[in-house]
Design a protein around this ligand. Structure first.
Ligand SMILES: [Zn+2]
Ligand SMILES: [Zn+2]
Length: 78
């Protein structure tokens, strides 16, 4: 039996700080924080500033992730 469980420290990095669940379609920000795509999209929706929602970070990010809900799935292209 292993005395140390390496998954213990990994736990924090596999859960989204917004929904506190395991990542669904995780995206990595420039500040190395990870969030579900749905969570980060919702967080930034209607917001003028794009910044890291992690309270201990708040890094301001310039680039938005590609929009996933609107014009991404075009059946004509497939
Ligand atoms: Zn989430
Ligand atoms: Zn961050």
């Amino acid at each position: 039996m292993a005395a140390v469980n390496p998954a213990k420290t990994l736990q924090e990095e596999t859960t989204c700080p917004i929904c506190l669940e395991y990542f669904t379609d995780p995206v990595s920000l420039d500040c190395d924080h990870n969030f579900c795509r749905a969570c980060i999209t919702q967080c930034w929706e209607g917001s003028q500033t794009v910044s890291c929602p992690q309270s201990c970070c708040k890094a301001v990010l310039m680039a938005l992730p590609p929009p996933s809900s609107r014009a991404m799935t075009d059946p004509a292209l497939k």
